[in-house]
Design a binder for this molecule. Structure first.
Ligand code: FUC
Length: 811
């Protein structure tokens, strides 16, 4: 007996040894892997279906899944227009045109209105596991090729596994838990929220939480102050449902808890399904009495977990698999991602991490932006704070636009939809703002908005510690956003879309600009007040200001808008007189100017401070995302833009670095663009602090660090990488315009080029070895590779292997 016991003891020891071995280390370059649960939120894995967002921590003892629903916001539609602005505008202009910039400030502040609202956290799902939670082996992964996350660990000889996904076709989150071995699943599942509400158990196996959003939430940058969150004002309602789909027979009702929960004991397999809905109807509807709609859970019928998962993977992959990107080196895939980021930061080579970063941006877009939904905000759809950084709303002086830069080029055009729809809403409300605030035609929007699409300048008139003119009084976003409406046409060539939706938007934005422009003393068209988000200046006579006359960005946005508008009207063969008017204004806009340091001036006067490291690089709009400056067309201005970039330096917030990848790609400098990619992949430890000047990088879960978390940098990086491999904004398809020397060999399939093309490219030793063009419309396609240019006649729906043309290139 004794020897038998000894033998048994040895066997146990052996088993324990085996338990420390990996179950299955990842081998796919599209899997993100950790060997420990998430501590901070920024180490959890994001999942989403455009509407429902989840952050999965993968904890053993008490699992947390932080939840969001894209329409859950504070407040209601509010009229923020300011009839007093009309009288303040001429006073501000008079002072500005006389060079009295400080004198103009109070008049500009007078034109402001109320702040916009906040995107809210919905809740948390907790799974509180009973007993010992020490594990001898642990892993969690996010597979961005399937949109599935898995947590696995071994404990006392039992393998525990959780698999989660958020399904777009079925509009729910699913979670399957299994225990293989002696042990079982013993846990209590509960729902909590930071928003006021209550959970209950309306029926066996169903947990329901219902709550109500505050009627107002102050932006976080206003600091701690009384009444920052107002529950005395009504807000929309929300509901969360958690249901046991598989494992009902393991539910216990007497678990002795003081709160409502689903208690599971002694199960081997459990499937939980989660649904969430809000009473939000549409942007102009203030009907806050509406009830939370039905959960939709009944629609699942008798579908099995396997079939729900299959439907999710198919739906996800239909979008994801359109683009493949391979840089050839994926040796590090089985190193935990946080360690991988550190090794990379220390100079390690890991091009697999770079291609992963590219695809991660596409993953985030598929998970956070689906047709019919609302656009991704500053945090996409993932937020855990009641007063999130910058209200997690829409900052439309760069951040919202950057979110959507990859949409067209990275072959996810339909996911651009939520932004394009939102622009339509802004145009409705912005028409009122243009009329009431400025007595102008067309539509206008300023630097901030929210789910209700307000278009007024925010800032509370500068009172109560309110807004500064350096960011609030910027009436240019109609011009910038119209570029998105145009680009959607430029890539897809859908003339009906252009006629019915894009052109009216562009024309409305242009009509506003025509009314907004005034003549300076030399008869040139200028803007005033003209800010340059979100910078300030100091004049030689010592005035400090943020608004002047004809900032470079204003001029560049208007130039871009007018060009696109003229082109659109030509294609549609309409509005001849309007086209001519735009062209005559465009020809007489205050010009882009080169300053004393050889830089592209940010202001119409040469005030730039060469020491200025401001994160915004607004004056380079003409280089990117505009097309007015490029080394091939305007070499002197391109040189000046380069000088400006050099002066600003490579540091900055996450999104600033993301933009700089794009700038360097447009300057055809792949090595500098690559340097910015490396800089953006700098690991950042989440500490909740906000850093404006430097410190941008990447959190352990690959989310962009502003810091704090802000999703735009992820999309800026994805778009920038695409821009390094393919450009098409100058009427030609430029293959490998800025491939860095670090990417000796590689291949990308499925990028889109303007004109209705899909392009595959491969290269070795930095030289293109093949290219394939998929053509949707007949015509002539101009191709560029380096200095070599060729024109190919193409037919509709044909595929062209460009190898013969490569011969042409070689001549
Ligand atoms: C602007 C930027 C900040 C941040 C915020 C959301 O204020 O200057 O860096 O991105 O928007």
């Amino acid at each position: 007996m004794r020897s038998l016991l000894l033998l048994f003891g040895c066997a146990l020891t052996l088993l324990a040894c085996e338990q420390t071995q990996p179950i299955s280390l990842p081998t796919s370059p599209e899997v993100i892997y950790f060997d420990e649960p998430a501590g901070p939120w920024e180490a959890a894995f994001p999942l989403g279906n455009g509407r429902i967002g989840a952050m999965v921590f993968g904890r053993k003892g008490k699992e947390r899944i932080a939840l969001n629903e894209e329409t859950f916001w504070s407040g209601k539609p509010k009229d923020g227009n300011n009839p007093g602005a009309k009288a303040a505008l001429p006073k501000a202009r008079k002072a500005l045109l006389a060079g009295k910039y400080e004198e103009a400030i109070p008049h500009i502040l007078e034109m402001q209105g109320p702040y916009s609202q906040s995107y809210l956290p919905l809740g948390d799902l907790w799974l509180d596991f009973q007993g010992d939670t020490s594990a001898t082996y642990y892993e969690r992964t996010l597979d961005i090729a399937t949109g599935l996350t898995r947590t696995k660990y071994m404990q006392d000889g039992t393998t525990y596994e959780r698999e989660l996904f958020v399904s777009h076709p079925d509009q729910v989150m699913l979670m399957r838990l299994t225990a293989k071995g002696e042990g079982s699943l013993d846990f209590d599942a509960s729902l909590t929220s930071k928003v006021r509400g209550m959970a209950k158990l309306p029926e066996k196996g169903l947990l329901y939480w219902e709550g109500r959003a505050p009627g107002h939430a102050d932006p976080s940058y206003l600091g701690d102050r009384e009444n920052a969150i107002r529950y005395d004002l009504p807000g929309m309602k929300a509901g969360m449902w958690l249901k046991v789909l598989v494992g009902q027979e393991h539910l216990v009702e007497d678990a002795g808890l003081s709160f409502p929960a689903l208690s599971i004991r002694k199960a081997k397999e459990v499937v939980l399904v989660f649904s969430a809905k809000t009473s939000f109807k549409e942007f102009l509807a203030g009907d806050l009495e509406a009830d939370v709609p039905a959960s939709g859970l009944e629609k699942l019928g008798l579908k099995s977990y396997a079939s729900l998962k299959e439907a999710h993977v198919n739906d996800y992959q239909a979008l994801y698999q359109r683009v493949n990107f391979d840089l050839g080196f994926n040796e590090q895939v089985s190193i935990p991602i946080d360690e991988r980021l550190i090794a990379y930061d220390q100079g390690g080579l890991d091009s697999g991490l770079e291609s992963l970063m590219f695809q991660f941006g596409r993953y985030l877009m598929i998970s956070a932006s689906r047709p019919g939904g609302i656009p991704m905000n500053l945090q996409g759809i993932w937020n855990q704070h009641m007063r999130p950084p910058w209200s997690s709303n829409y900052t439309i002086n760069i951040n919202t636009e950057m979110n959507y830069w990859p949409a067209e080029v990275c072959n996810l055009a339909e996911l651009h939809g939520p932004l394009l729809d939102f622009i339509d809403r802004l145009a409705v409300r912005g028409k009122e703002t243009a009329r009431i605030n400025y007595g102008a035609k067309g539509w206008v929007a300023h630097h901030n908005s929210d789910i209700w699409a307000p278009t007024n300048p925010v800032g509370d008139y500068g009172v109560r510690g309110g807004g500064s003119i350096q960011w609030a009084n910027w009436p240019m976003s109609g011009g910038w956003l119209s570029q998105h409406s145009w680009e959607h046409f430029a890539y897809g060539r859908d003339t009906a879309y252009l006629r019915e939706r894009a052109y009216p938007i562009m024309k409305g934005a242009a009509e506003f600009m025509l009314d907004w422009l005034i003549k300076d003393q030399k008869g040139r068209w200028v803007t005033a007040p003209a800010t340059s988000p979100e910078n300030t200046f100091k004049t030689p006579d010592g005035q400090k200001g943020a608004a002047a006359v004809a900032s470079t960005m204003d001029m560049a946005i208007i130039w871009d808008l007018f060009s696109n508008c003229i082109k659109a009207a030509e294609i549609l063969e309409i509005d001849e007189a309007f086209r001519q008017k735009l062209a005559s204004y465009q020809a007489n806009l205050f010009p882009l100017t080169i300053g004393q340091y050889g830089q592209l001036q940010e202001w119409s006067e040469d005030w730039d401070n060469p020491e200025d490291k401001h994160r915004h690089v607004s004056h380079l709009f003409a280089l990117h995302p505009g097309k007015q400056i490029h080394p091939l067309t305007t070499p002197e201005l391109a040189e000046a833009a380069k000088k400006s970039l050099e002066l600003r330096g490579d540091d900055g917030t996450g999104w600033s670095k993301g933009w700089k990848i794009n700038f360097w790609a447009r300057l055809l400098d792949g090595d500098h663009a690559y340097k910015m990619i490396r800089s953006q992949l700098r690991p950042v430890i989440p500490d909740g602090k906000t850093e404006y000047m430097s410190g941008g990088g990447t959190y352990p879960n690959l989310f962009d660090a502003h810091p704090p978390f802000q999703i735009d940098g992820n999309f800026g990086a994805t778009a920038g990488i695409a821009e390094m491999l393919l450009q098409s904004h100058l009427g030609e398809i430029h293959l490998l315009p800025a491939v860095p020397s670090a990417w000796g060999a590689g291949a990308i399939q499925g990028l889109r080029a303007r004109g209705g093309y899909t392009v595959d490219i491969s290269w070795e030793e930095g030289k293109m070895t093949g290219a394939v063009l998929y053509v949707e419309h007949e015509g002539f396609c101009r191709l560029r590779y380096g200095d070599l240019v060729t024109m190919v006649a193409v037919e509709k729906n044909q595929t062209y292997d460009l190898s013969p043309q490569l011969e042409i290139f070689k001549r």
